[in-house]
Design a protein around this ligand. Structure first.
Ligand SMILES: Cc1cc2nc3c(=O)[nH]c(=O)nc-3n(C[C@H](O)[C@H](O)[C@H](O)COP(=O)(O)OP(=O)(O)OC[C@H]3O[C@@H](n4cnc5c(N)ncnc54)[C@H](O)[C@@H]3O)c2cc1C
Length: 320
């Protein structure tokens, strides 16, 4: 099978989920191609080639300094046409989801987003993904002769660490760069230093924190653990923190190694965004809160006592 993975970068740094897509391709077996688009692809293409990216298709152009749906889609449509992969795969990150749905629509083919498994059944590719908020797992097969476009949920596959590769500098049609949209700058929201979707550890706050003045209490614990900060919708709707931190059905889907839920009840709409986390720790004063049904470890107690004590303990550990 010929597989094209799409490595996404921001500010000249490759998303770790790009290496997860390469590893998923390697485990599936087949001929691997990896596309990388940037203002200057040199160092990125070298990294990909060293880490199993196979034939690395590098497109460098000044217009690729910032992500742009239209330009990326045109370039990838051209590369898909040229190399004819059966599977095109990239990370189910914010940009990845936007790009792949557009790409599948423009190129024509099957599309599956947020995929958590890929297997071959009698030489036919079968992908699995959670549906209906994670309550069922759906298996999908590609239609005959059409490319299958897949975004992979971050943190399901390990990152590719090594492997052979060869860089091919691609020159695409100048029309690929014609666009009605120019991205002039991107700004990081204050406090949003770690990418939630790719974080290994997340500490999230819910309505139990009582007010916006206590967001810092939970952020301090997140900082002590080197974790990203997350939030339930209740505190986003209340205006206590920004939407970009929201985890759940109408927020981000996360899959960290450790998820700490502080003062979060465990409504289904929150759970669907974080229930695949490897280890879940819940801090809640109500022993019957539904979050304890999925937690690996539970602390029944007042978060205003438990959280500062944990923060102090982890800060002390850091200083050793
Ligand atoms: C269409 C739709 C989409 C939605 N999408 C999302 C989504 O993406 N993400 C999301 O999170 N929600 C979503 N919701 C909202 C969801 O249904 C819940 O309302 C929300 O998750 C509740 O947030 P919470 O757990 O912070 O608040 P609450 O349910 O009010 O829970 C607060 C918890 O804090 C505990 N607590 C209180 N004081 C303390 C204390 N001192 N110490 C310890 N614990 C304490 C309480 O026991 C309680 O369990 C959605 C709802 C709908 C209808």
């Amino acid at each position: 099978m010929r597989i094209l993975t799409v490595a996404l970068q921001k500010d000249g740094k490759l998303a770790s989920a790009s290496f997860e897509a390469i590893e998923a391709a390697r485990l599936l077996g087949g001929e691997i191609y990896t596309a990388v688009l940037a203002a200057e692809t040199g160092p990125l293409a070298e990294q990909l080639a060293r880490r199993g990216g196979g034939k690395v298709l590098a497109v460098s152009h000044p217009s690729l300094g910032f992500y742009n749906d239209e330009i990326y889609t045109r370039i990838l449509t051209e590369l898909v046409g040229k190399y004819q992969p059966e599977l095109v795969m990239g990370p189910a990150t914010f940009y990845g989801k936007a790009l792949f749905s557009r790409l599948a629509a423009c190129k024509g083919g099957c599309m599956a987003s947020d995929v958590t498994g890929l297997t071959l059944d009698n030489n036919k590719l079968v992908v699995t993904r959670p549906s209906y908020g994670g309550s069922v797992i759906t298996s999908l097969e590609a239609g005959n002769g059409q490319p299958f476009f897949v975004t992979l949920r971050p943190k399901i596959y390990p990152e590719a660490t090594e492997g052979a590769g060869e860089i091919i500098n691609e020159v695409v049609a100048p029309s690929c760069f014609q666009t009605g949209t120019t991205v002039k700058e991107t700004r990081v929201e204050s406090g949003g230093t770690l990418n939630l979707a790719e974080a290994d550890v997340i500490v999230s706050a819910g309505r139990g924190i009582k007010g916006p003045e206590n967001v810092k209490l939970v952020q301090d614990l997140a900082n002590a653990l080197g974790a990203a900060f997350g939030a339930s919708r209740a505190i986003v709707d209340a205006g206590w923190t920004q939407y970009s931190f929201q985890v759940g059905q109408t927020g981000k889907t996360v899959n960290p190694k450790l998820y700490v839920a502080v003062g979060i009840s465990g409504a289904i709409q929150h759970l669907v965004g974080m229930q695949t986390s490897k280890t879940i720790v819940a801090i809640n004063k109500d022993k019957d809160a539904p979050i304890f049904n999925i937690a690996n470890y539970g602390i029944v107690g007042d978060l205003f006592e438990v959280v500062p004590a944990l923060t102090k303990k982890f800060q002390a550990e850091l200083q050793k």
